[in-house]
Design a protein around this ligand. Structure first.
Ligand code: IPT
Length: 994
């Protein structure tokens, strides 16, 4: 049994909140003087001192990731994500709440459909994960308007300040959402332990500065609604803004967001000033890093999330992650080393960086919930922290003078961390002085230990730091009753099992390492091909030298050492089965362990036939089952269990989309001569509070009329003077947007979009002789709305940057007037129709207004036509088909829609709807996204699915999707809980649809 403060704390919470308790005796956590513990005076469950947080009086390291529920609209998948996070050793998840989708119409807040937060709270609680709520009101998050509602774009007052009009705007939201969060606080048995106020309230447009009244009011608003857990905030950098919250902290993105250069790191990516900033601003609270790069977003035209996964991959997790947890800055709380922010179409709506319709982020867990390699690396860090409570009371000793320290090698920096409260355990964090370098550095480490000064390795040779690696060397580290005087190899985890301390030590493949142990026993290699050298040091200490390669097991007395290279270390899972700690090697993912009457029941996911090694108390593992199936176990020579589990991954038939029956209809009847726009919104505003002052006689900002998303259509009716030669129009839609222009039924041209232009002025020539004097015409403009800008700089009101028409004129005829303008976006605007799928699901295309994207619409009268055949001229076509899936239960087979790039007629964009949910926007000429994951639960894996596609061809030659298919991205036998279909209301006649 292992005795550790972190786990103890978590389970102590379990007693209180989750109803299942256990008693653990903690062996080596120094006592804290209770009068140094601080609280906000509103509760005493979540408290803190200058070293760390406490939960129920127990110290704990909060280490976690970020998940955005609104990006994964399948409530029954939350548990899967939380369990995957939990298995890394992490214990906390932070999450944003997106105001804009909850209150799309001012005063009408809805938690319908996927917007319901309760399943998210419940799943976290079930998985034993704490939550940090981040309700904004501003969240950034690469989300349209940074999370602000669309109606904010026409609401007066400077937002993100103490302006009364802004205060009036957010008060209702904070009250309603704050109440939901308050109900799920740990004080009420829920998982929420912290609430973040605002987000990166850290820079202001001149002449404005930090608005303390806003800060104070917002904090008070949370308290007034019943938030009693500590309130936090995340300064964008450790610059001391909004320190009046309970536990201030900051963010860090050391590798930035240029995924197209994934191996380029800056020389000093994490500045060494973080710790000193902490001491300067908030020396008496834990040093908290609330966002630490778990990945990177990628914009339209970007290099794709696989490159972001390299930029922030295993090297980054080690080189930067270990540094931040232990060296350059040192932190007692870290969130976001993992950012599992699943995508949904709602990711469309960011434009500052123009993020496309995925928020995979190159994170440890992919958008479709697969585990990347970096997940396993993260697990090494998470598991290590979970068994190393000494970390919590450590202090860095030599910030600012780390170069050449302890190694004598100027190419290396080493920070010494000392446990200043406990048993003087020390960590020495070694990394490249110049983080951009990849060189291999040889060194020895000279450190002071309980047996005096030693030079590691003691037996001869030298240590190596390879490339962008970083290492934590340990001194005087206690694992159960085994005293490690030092170890150059790192610990991934340890447990005391049946009286034996099982310690997992790892290093890079082929690296030389040395571990020194207080022992009177002689070590023997009991398994594996590795060899060891030993040397007796003073004080009854034995140094053991070895090369980390494969897996070698060494036994000495009551200590068992697993000497592992990294690939082997990745395979180990540390699991808690009620009162028993166990370690299991093998499996794509292990989720849980339970002991009942001598049977150890493991659950997890496998992607191939797997050999397990199980290290568990023998009384608790007389029999072992995996996902309910009995395993045939054998005993190794040194007492652990092995078992093989074969996996059969059933074949499933994925429908070939090109051979299905597809129906096609025109989705641009607006350009036909007999079309009436009488039901459209009349454009009649003549003034606007918008910081971008309108230059046109009537305001042509779609937002003013309640249209904040998707495709927007404009109609301009005019009477010709006869001398007009062209229509010049400047349209704003956000980066990568497009627009197309028609005169009556005649296509005039398009701006096809690129990554640079958030707005574009085009000149569209009229066909000669068409505009005779006195003739009546209509210009139709189709544009897309890529989302509002974020509002990163406070008091800039940048999120109000309009989407719509900024200016227009008639070439050749300055006197031509538009008699009337009409506009439409999604049917109903802010009175959006589909309360289940939410306000951002549909835009203003005719097909969307009619609900053609919904299941159950009768397309029998439509002609046959496939998206791979497309349309022959500029315009918008809409396609529908349906297909059956029959995926057996017990597996996790993620499915994506995939397209391939077409170069013949490249200028088109398509939107994909699955069972009515919009799941992606494909911009063929810009990319890079071609694969669009659709989660199970939106897709019906045991039934019929409706797929609908809009195709907007921006050139007269038309367009078609070159290929279109459904593909499996993984085949995994899975113990994830069964998936409940999200409600997918069927089509019904839409009243007043035009
Ligand atoms: C920081 C934001 O707080 C967060 O919402 C998200 O936008 C993140 O960045 C990037 O993914 S802002 C920081 C990069 C300046």
């Amino acid at each position: 049994m292992r005795y550790l403060a972190t786990l103890y704390s978590l389970l102590c919470l379990a007693t209180l909140a989750f109803g299942s308790g256990r008693s653990i005796i903690r062996s080596r956590q120094a006592t804290v003087s209770l009068d140094s513990i601080q609280s906000n005076g509103l509760q005493n469950i979540v408290t803190w001192d200058k070293y760390s947080f406490f939960i129920n009086g127990k110290r704990l390291m909060l280490f976690g990731g970020e998940v955005h529920p609104y990006r994964l609209p399948v409530a029954s998948l939350y548990l899967d994500v939380f369990q995957k996070i939990k298995s890394t050793g992490m214990n906390v998840v932070s999450f944003y709440v997106f105001w804009g989708i909850l209150e799309p119409k001012r005063g009408e807040i809805s938690f319908e459909g996927f917007r319901n937060l309760q399943p998210f709270f419940d799943a976290a609680k079930k998985a034993g994960i704490y939550l940090v709520a981040r309700p904004g009101p501003y969240i950034n998050a690469e989300t349209t308007a940074g999370g602000f509602p669309g109606w904010g774009s026409y609401t007066a007052g400077l937002w993100r300040t103490s302006n009364q009009s802004y205060f009036d705007a957010y008060t209702g939201y904070i009250k309603t959402v704050g109440q939901k969060i308050a109900d799920n606080q740990i004080t009420k048995g829920g998982p929420v332990i912290l609430v973040q106020s605002e987000n990166e309230y850290s820079s202001w447009k001149s002449p404005y500065a930090e608005d303390k009244q806003y800060e104070q009011r917002l904090k008070q608003a949370f308290i007034d609604v019943g938030i009693t857990v500590p309130i936090t905030t995340n300064d964008a950098h450790p610059n001391g803004h909004y320190t009046s919250v309970d536990v201030w902290g900051y963010d860090s993105y050391p590798n930035n967001f240029d995924c197209s250069h994934p191996t380029t790191w800056s020389a000093a990516a994490v500045p060494e000033n973080f710790w000193s900033a902490h001491l300067q601003y908030t020396p008496n609270i834990p040093n908290a890093v609330y966002e630490f790069q778990g990945g990177a977003f990628d914009g339209w035209g970007g290099s794709g999330y696989e490159t972001c996964a390299i930029l922030t991959g295993s090297d980054f997790e080690r080189g930067m992650g270990l540094s931040i947890i232990s060296g350059w800055s040192f932190s007692d709380m870290i969130l976001s080393l993992l950012q599992e922010r699943n995508c949904h179409v709602y990711d469309l709506f960011e434009s500052l960086h123009g993020v496309y319709t995925s928020y995979d982020y190159g994170s440890a867990i992919t958008e479709d919930r697969r585990l990347r390699d970096k997940y396993y690396e993260l697990k090494l860090i998470g598991q290590f922290l979970a068994v190393s409570p000494a970390y919590l009371t450590m202090r860095p000793q030599n910030i600012g003078s780390s170069q050449g320290k302890f190694t004598g090698n100027q190419a290396l920096k080493t920070t010494q961390l000392l446990d200043v409260v406990g048993n003087q355990t020390a960590f020495y964090v070694v990394r490249q002085t110049d983080a951009s370098l990849n060189s291999a550095q040889k060194y020895t480490l000279t450190v002071s230990t309980s047996i005096g000064n030693v030079i590691i390795p003691s037996i001869g040779g030298s240590l190596t730091l390879n490339g962008k690696d970083s290492k934590i060397h340990l001194v005087d580290y206690l694992a159960g009753t085994t005293a490690l005087v030092y170890s150059s190899a790192e610990i991934s985890t340890w447990e005391t099992i049946d009286g034996k301390d099982v310690i997992l030590l790892y290093g890079g493949t082929g690296e030389l390492h040395e571990t020194a142990i207080k022992t009177s026993s002689t070590p023997t290699v009991v398994s594996g091909s590795g060899t060891i050298k030993t040397k007796s040091l003073s004080g009854g200490v034995l140094a053991i030298q070895y090369i980390t390669s494969g897996q070698t097991v060494v036994q000495l007395g009551n200590t068992v050492l697993y000497l592992l290279d990294r690939a082997n270390a990745y395979q180990f899972w540390s699991l808690q089965a009620d009162t028993t700690s166990i370690i299991v090697k093998g499996g794509y993912l292990l989720r849980s362990a339970k002991v009942e009457g001598g049977t150890l029941a493991l659950t997890g996911d496998l992607n191939s036939t797997t050999s397990f090694e199980i290290i568990a108390p023998s009384a608790a593992s007389q029999k072992v089952t995996f996902n309910g199936v009995n395993l045939e176990i054998s005993k190794t020579a040194y007492g652990t269990l092995t078992a093989k589990k074969s996996v059969t991954l059933p074949d499933v038939k994925i429908p070939d989309l090109t051979t299905l029956t597809w129906k096609k209809a025109d989705s641009l009847p607006e350009i036909s001569t007999n079309y009436s726009d009488a039901a459209w919104t009349t454009v009649n505003r003549t003034s606007s509070i918008n910081p971008t002052a309108p230059t046109t006689p009537v305001v042509l900002y779609a937002g003013e009329y309640g249209y904040h998303t998707g495709n927007i259509l404009w109609r301009a009716h005019f009477t010709a003077t006869g001398s007009e030669t062209a229509f010049k129009v400047k349209v704003s839609g956000g980066a990568a947007f497009a627009h197309s222009v028609w005169l009556d039924s005649t296509f005039l041209g398009s701006w096809e979009g690129d990554v640079l232009h958030a707005n574009y002025e085009g000149t569209y020539s009229f066909p000669a002789g068409r505009l005779t004097q006195g003739s009546a015409h209509v210009i139709t403009i189709l544009q897309d709305h890529m989302g509002y800008e974020e509002d990163g700089q406070s008091a800039s009101d940048k999120f109000k940057s309009p989407r719509g028409i900024l200016s227009y004129s008639f070439e050749g005829s300055s006197g031509t007037k538009i008699d009337s303008w009409k506009v439409t976006g999604n049917l109903g605007g802010e009175n959006y129709i589909d309360k289940t799928r939410g306000p951002l699901n549909e835009g203003g295309l005719y097909a969307e207004r009619q609900g053609w994207h919904l299941p159950g619409f009768d397309d029998a009268s439509w002609v046959a036509g496939k998206p791979t055949e497309g349309l022959a001229s500029a315009g918008v076509a809409f396609f529908r088909t349906s297909f059956d899936l029959n995926v057996p239960v017990g597996v996790d087979y993620p499915i994506s829609i995939a397209a391939t790039n077409s170069t013949t007629n490249p200028y088109y964009r398509a939107q994909f709807y699955v069972n009515g949910y919009q799941f992606g926007k494909y911009i063929n000429s810009i990319g890079p996204q071609k694969v669009f994951p659709v989660p199970q639960g939106i897709l019906n894996y045991q039934g019929t699915n409706t797929l609908a596609i809009s195709l907007w061809a921006a050139k007269a030659t038309g367009a078609r999707l070159d290929t279109l298919k459904l593909q499996l991205t993984a085949k995994i036998e899975s113990a994830m809980q069964s998936i409940i279909l999200q409600p997918a209301p069927a089509w019904s006649q839409r009243k007043g649809a035009y």
